[in-house]
Design a protein around this ligand. Sequence first.
Ligand code: NDP
Length: 327
Amino acid sequence: MFKALVIENDEQGYRSLLKDLPESQLPDQDVTLDVSYSTLNYKDALAICNKGPIVRQFPMVPGIDFVGRVTSSRHPDWQHDDVALLTGWGVGEKYWGGLAQKASVSGDWLVPLPSTLSPLQTMAIGTAGFTAMLCVLALEKQGVKPDHGPVLVTGASGGVGSFSVNLLARLGFNVIASSGRASDEEYLITTLGASSVIDRAELAEPGKPLAKERWAAAIDSVGSHTLSNVLAATQRDGVVAACGMAQGLDLPTSVAPFILRGVTLAGVDSVMCPKALRQQAWQRLGEILDTTQLSKFTHVIPLSEARQGAHDLLEGKVRGRLIVDCR
Ligand code: NDP
């Protein structure tokens, strides 16, 4: 038997329950693991609290990120006792996820534990940090360098945004953090390494197709008018990595930044990201991040408190990352 947080949705309604399940109920995938840690992302909280159409089939074990030890494998890449982590691939949405003591998944979705990170640290990073790293890699792929000029990060105090600020700052970039939380200015500068902070209201309203050039590149997790204004103020031949939609899914822009300034818009998707890029991103995260700093933003809770943690997250009561100890 193993413990799992299970979301059910039937004639009795939508509910999340901590259950004891027999191992025979695990999905028939080629790698089975004892989960060490999972984490609570915003997406998980929406699923657990029935606040968004995240779960595609029921019953579902939520948890889009987890790390664990392989207990059995029919996959050539994985042997008993290997430590592996997983983010995305529809796990916790379409396939059973990590908020359980055991998980059974495709070996193609797993990534080996990076040599410089502990299992707990990978979950402190989770999908948010991984997505931020993919955004940085997207800028690097287009040749963006610190001496090209400042790099803007929108949604800077959010999960993806705060990792983006920190990664860029540690790589030597001059980072402009755009945030709606004036109270976070000190945190963004002193703790994360931003050079300056601007009020997100500056970018939130409909703007002109082109504006004064202000940054060489940007990482945007906000979308909508914010992304339009970010593109409009990007320097000639600059690059914008877009990964989110905190303001909205729309993009009311024009072709002006692309055809008059040669700006590149690079899309970033962490969910279906190919394995080689995943391994590269995790390797770089281990090299760049200050892991001693990670523990300062991490709260570890037991699996039995995951439901309460999800509610707290949606009510804005959580600062930093909520890691779930599933052992
Ligand atoms: P968070 O909720 O942690 O952060 C989002 C931040 O965006 C907030 O902290 C806030 O930052 C800012 N924000 C919120 N609402 C608005 C608004 N109405 N207008 C402008 N800014 C706003 O979320 P995450 O960082 O985890 O995710 C950010 C986005 O990225 C989400 O849309 C998420 O769905 C997406 N995402 C995409 C992934 C991918 O693979 N492409 C993977 C992970 C996330 P501040 O207070 O500093 O202004």
